[in-house]
Design a protein around this ligand. Sequence first.
Ligand SMILES: Cc1ncc(COP(=O)(O)O)c(C=O)c1O
Length: 385
Amino acid sequence: MSDLQTPAARPANPRFSSGPCAKIPAYSLDLLSDAPLGRSHRAAVGKAKLKEAIDLTREILGVPEGYRIGIVPGSDTGAVEMAMWSLLGARPVEMLAWESFGEGWVTDAVKQLKLDATVRKAAYGEIVDLAQVDFTRDVVFTWNGTTSGVRLPNGDAIPADREGLTICDATSAAFAMDLPWDKLDVVTFSWQKVLGGEGGHGMLILSPRAVERLESYTPAWPMPKIFRMTKGGKLIEGIFQGETINTPSMLAVEDYLVSLKWAQRIGGLKALVARAEANSKVVADFVAAHDWIANLAVDPATASTTSVCLKFTDPRIADGAAFAKAVAKRLEKEGVALDVGAYRDAPAGLRIWCGSTVETADVAALMPWIEWAFEAEIAALAKAA
Ligand SMILES: Cc1ncc(COP(=O)(O)O)c(C=O)c1O
């Protein structure tokens, strides 16, 4: 091991966590100085900030007119569950899962809401065949599996004239991947992923058909205040204009605005998508050039461009989990990559966040360190044998 040279260059920013993700380049707390702290979120200044966050979200994501955008409590989980609790039960349901968060929504539907849902699951690294899905039913799925590194390549299999609603958890996809709005009735995400914002608040985007469902259907189960989007059978429009259900963090809102304005400055969605694609390509090229590491995504067409999940395939590795953990620890100790161990429920390996706030030069600088850490751990195994 002593002749193993450490790479010459280090990533300038070692933050490759899959959430909360790296802040925007050149981030500083000074950027938050315009936050209306100590003021009511219902005062004109607070309401204007919340409305601006909604308007910029619409502009950058290209959300069509007529779709409502709300800031809701409970981060992405809050947004997904608010949608599930409010919309499901009106017609048959299909639940699709290809990793742990999608499985969480299956548990919600089957064990909590007690729906007789059709459940389709794919193993880690694979995706459900959307051609098999019955879109006359309501369908719940995750666009990008943050813990498995697989995503839908597009929405082609979803009929534009479907009868059911599509409810899409897009938390690690929004802002880094193109989302086909005409194929999606509910889209949710949180601020701390692709834009590197803060946790706590969820975004809930509703198509006109989702609103129609909300206004024509009352679920059989009780609805906590925190989930209620209608009053007297009508949508509470204020929620989608910045009148939040309960108190938001205006500091987190300011932080989201800072990220949105950065996104706008660099060229909007196109630039954000291109950054994630360039980052993930660096990892893909590295993986292609080494036979001891592989992408967890079986089909490159479904490989994530944000949460890139890798596995070690070297036959000398007996305990994959211990090996991957040791590599991640070594990288962390060197200060070159923080939080890159695979998610606790996912197969052993590394997960490198390649979302839009990450600089491509940093991903490139990290690759030789992964090789270094791998070789160091292999050498340690040989020494222990
Ligand atoms: C696909 C997916 N869904 C849901 C969540 C939960 O998000 P939050 O912690 O914002 O509620 C995450 C978080 O990593 C996620 O990746």
